[in-house]
Design a protein around this ligand. Structure first.
Ligand SMILES: [Zn+2]
Length: 199
C-alpha cells in the first residue's frame, strides 16, 4: 500500500479531499469516542451525492458497518466500507448545527458540523444545499423497538478506524465533530487521522 496522504485533523475541524477510484480513505479515531460526520459526492458530478435512504434501503439496515456500500441519489456506489473496528455507525441523526443545538439543548453555539461542512464544501465550489443527511462514523445512536433514538456514549476505543474504498472518484467531506452538549465525543472533542492509501 502506498500512502498518498496522511494528516491529523485537529479537534473540531473539517477535512475534505478527492479520493480516486480504487483508493482507500482510512479515518482513525485516535483517542476514541470521537464522532466524525461524513458526506461524499461523485467528484465529477457533485449533484449526485450520498443518499442515506438509498444506503439504508439497499442493505436493509439503519446502521452502516463492514461491507456497507454508500450509495448516491442515483443509486451509484460511491464508497464501500472495507474495514471497520467498531461494528456499526449512525446514518439517521445527521450533523449538529447551531440552530439544532438551540432546539435540542437551548444553547447558542458557534461551532458545528454544519458550519464545518459549509466551509469545506465552499472550497470545492459547493453551497449549503449540498449538505444532506450524513453518516456519523464512531457515533452510537441506538434505535429502540418503539422507535425512540438518542446519542449514546460509545465505548472508549482509541485507534478505532474505518476504511472506505472509493468505487469511483469521490469528493469526501468530513467534520471532526465539535459537539459538547451530548456524549457523541465523550464531552472531549479530540484529533482524528485521515489517511489515503493506494493498493
Ligand atoms: Zn457534530
Amino acid at each position: 500500500m502506498q500512502i498518498l496522504h496522511d494528516e491529523i485533523v485537529l479537534a473540531k475541524k473539517p477535512w475534505s479531499g478527492v479520493i480516486k477510484a480504487g483508493d482507500t480513505l482510512v479515518i482513525t479515531d485516535l483517542e476514541g469516542q470521537q464522532a466524525v460526520d461524513f458526506l461524499c459526492y461523485d467528484a465529477h458530478n457533485p449533484a449526485d451525492r450520498y443518499s442515506a435512504t438509498n444506503t439504508v434501503k439497499v442493505q436493509g439496515n439503519v446502521y452502516v458497518g463492514l461491507n456497507s456500500v454508500l450509495y448516491s441519489d442515483s443509486g451509484t456506489a460511491l464508497m464501500t466500507v472495507v474495514e471497520d473496528t467498531i461494528g456499526r455507525h449512525d446514518t439517521v441523526y445527521g450533523c449538529c448545527s447551531n440552530p439544532n443545538n438551540l432546539l435540542r439543548y437551548g444553547v447558542e453555539t458557534s461551532e458545528s458540523c454544519y458550519s464545518n461542512f459549509a466551509g469545506a464544501l465552499a472550497e470545492h465550489g459547493l453551497g449549503e444545499d449540498a449538505i444532506v443527511a450524513n453518516v456519523n462514523w464512531f457515533m452510537s445512536v441506538p434505535i429502540l423497538a418503539d422507535g425512540s433514538a438518542g446519542v449514546a456514549q460509545s465505548e472508549l476505543k482509541p485507534n478505532s478506524h474505518v476504511s472506505l474504498r472509493a468505487e469511483r472518484d469521490v469528493l469526501a467531506v468530513l467534520s471532526n465533530c465539535p459537539q459538547m452538549h451530548n456524549p457523541c465525543n465523550g464531552f472531549n472533542p479530540s484529533p482524528i487521522k485521515v489517511t489515503v492509501l493506494r493498493a
